[in-house]
Design a protein. Sequence first.
Length: 274
Amino acid sequence: MSELWNPKKVLITGAAGTIGSVLREGLKGKYETLALSDIKPLGEAAPGEEIFENADIRDLDATAATMEGVDCVVHLAGIPVEDEWEKILPMNLIGCYNVFEAARRAGVKRVVFASSNHAVGYYRRAGVIDTDVQPRPDSRYGVSKVYGEALGRLYADKHGMAVSCLRIGSFQPKPQDLRQLMTWISHSDTVHLIERCIDHPDYHFVAVYGVSNNTRNKWDNSKVDWLGYRPRDNAEDYAVELYAKEDTEHPIAKPFHGGMFCPMEFSGDLNKID
Ligand code: 15L
């Protein structure tokens, strides 16, 4: 990117979703145009907003129709949890491809992709992992996020798009269980992280953990410090409250960063997951 980066139009896919609705509010008025797409209702367009309802990412033409004049896409749409392959495939693989490809065809310069900690969920919590670790998905959902990160690499290297992949932890108004003392990301830290990925003047490709400034954080973002992500919230503020609750975490969830998706359909050998 040689010319000065000054994004005027930002598109959020999945803008009616949990993260999308918070981001819509958080970015209000920040860019000349905030375009919002989803297959779910998005309500009335506020000033500066452009709405694309029934914009199904499973359909390349419908996705292409949302990209006109867009500088940066924040791609949040997709199945947000472990699910059947029949649902993950069209939404998280075909849909993700359609978003990158439609963006490329429209000359979009930057894509911010909502990846997930589940792309590396089978690493053990006993250790810290950094942004360079090999993929280690804990679910079909996690595999779909590894695939999205790989697509991001491809579009960065082959087509010169700037791509950021956010390995989002537990996006909640406040942490819900003991695992989230490590993995929680607050609403305002999420908006701040995405803003950094949209606004940073120049990068090629980056994978970054979406996690708050938690005392017990085990995801090391030090290699991507240049991005300027400075989270402020800390799950530890809720520790007493969380320790007072019953710990119901599954024994096969407990050793791993990914938690609850790890025991699902498990038929492996725990001793071999080093
Ligand atoms: C995610 O990626 C999911 O979207 C969410 O449902 C949670 O499972 C979260 O990660 C988490 O790991 O807590």
